[in-house]
Design a protein around this ligand. Structure first.
Ligand code: IPE
Ligand code: IPE
Ligand code: MG
Length: 255
């Protein structure tokens, strides 16, 4: 494909650039999270505090998504999971849901070239068949276009619910006729199969809860909650969060 043929073959070069970028921001390039997962929260409150409609917060939130992708790309992070729409978000007023879905299609269309330029891949986690057909099509098109890239994996959690994910995984195992399940077998049926578990989970807007996000995968993740609303969470805030991650002592039950 023409768009991927033009890209330089990944070599040691990007790793050197990533390490230099990390170091220039006071980060230890050897202690970066492989997988960062973000609960992008506070768009509505951001808008409300400025007397704007909630959708204005969602729109500006797309710019924060772009900043997060760019920053993770520059750092050489492997996976960035972004919680964009939960299975419970259908409870919102119909107008807001419609606006969120069209914003999603629009953002996918608009951002795909930028993602491609950054050698990023795209994947989605959630019950995708429950999304509007237009979103499903745009998503499939973008995933396909970025398929051969080798950089950051942007994993969009869409119509995502961790309990549903586990139930879906169990049903897939039953369908396969599996009689005895271990952790690896179950993990292999999750939407996130093949991805490393998130090392670092960030939630914006100050809420101290998981809201049905990655219940299985977060068993030993480090958590970070910032009062900053998602539309204001940009490169500086992400770098600050990662600096905090680097101060943590992960024990995994050991010492
Ligand atoms: C996060 O912002 C975006 C989605 C959940 C889709 P919110 O829309 O939840 O904003 P608040 O939490 O109401 O401020
Ligand atoms: C979590 O935020 C879901 C997403 C960020 C997509 P919510 O705003 O839906 O969560 P609650 O309702 O505050 O728990
Ligand atoms: Mg919210």
């Amino acid at each position: 494909m023409a768009h991927s043929a033009a890209k330089p073959t990944p070599s040691v070069e990007p790793r050197v650039a990533a390490a230099a970028y990390a170091a220039s921001n006071g980060l230890d390039p050897a202690n970066l999270p492989r997988h960062i997962a973000v609960i992008m929260d506070g768009n509505g409150r951001w808008a409300k505090s400025r007397g704007l409609p909630r959708v204005a917060g969602h729109k500006l939130g797309v710019d924060s998504v772009r900043a997060a992708i760019r920053t993770c790309g520059k750092l050489g992070i492997e996976v960035l999971t972004l919680y964009a729409f939960s299975t419970e978000n259908w409870l919102r007023p119909k107008d807001e849901v419609t606006e969120l879905m069209s914003l999603l299609s629009w953002a996918l269309k608009r951002e795909v070239s930028e993602l491609d330029k950054n050698n990023a891949r795209l994947r989605a986690s959630g019950r995708l068949s429950g999304l509007p057909k237009t979103v499903q099509m745009e998503l499939a098109r973008s995933i396909e276009r970025l398929r051969e890239n080798t950089g950051l994996v942007v994993n969009l959690a869409l119509n995502y619910g961790a309990r549903q994910e586990i139930v879906d995984a169990v049903n897939a195992l039953i369908k396969d006729g599996v009689k005895d399940v271990d952790e690896a077998a179950l993990a292999a049926k999750l939407y996130t199969a093949g991805l490393p578990e998130p090392d670092f989970v960030i939630r914006t807007s100050g809420e101290m809860r998981l809201s049905n996000f990655l219940l299985w995968q977060c068993a030993y993740s480090e958590f970070y909650v910032t009062p900053v609303f998602w539309p204001d969470f940009r490169e500086a805030q992400l770098l600050e969060a990662i600096a905090e991650y680097q101060k943590r002592h992960r024990r995994f039950g050991g010492i």
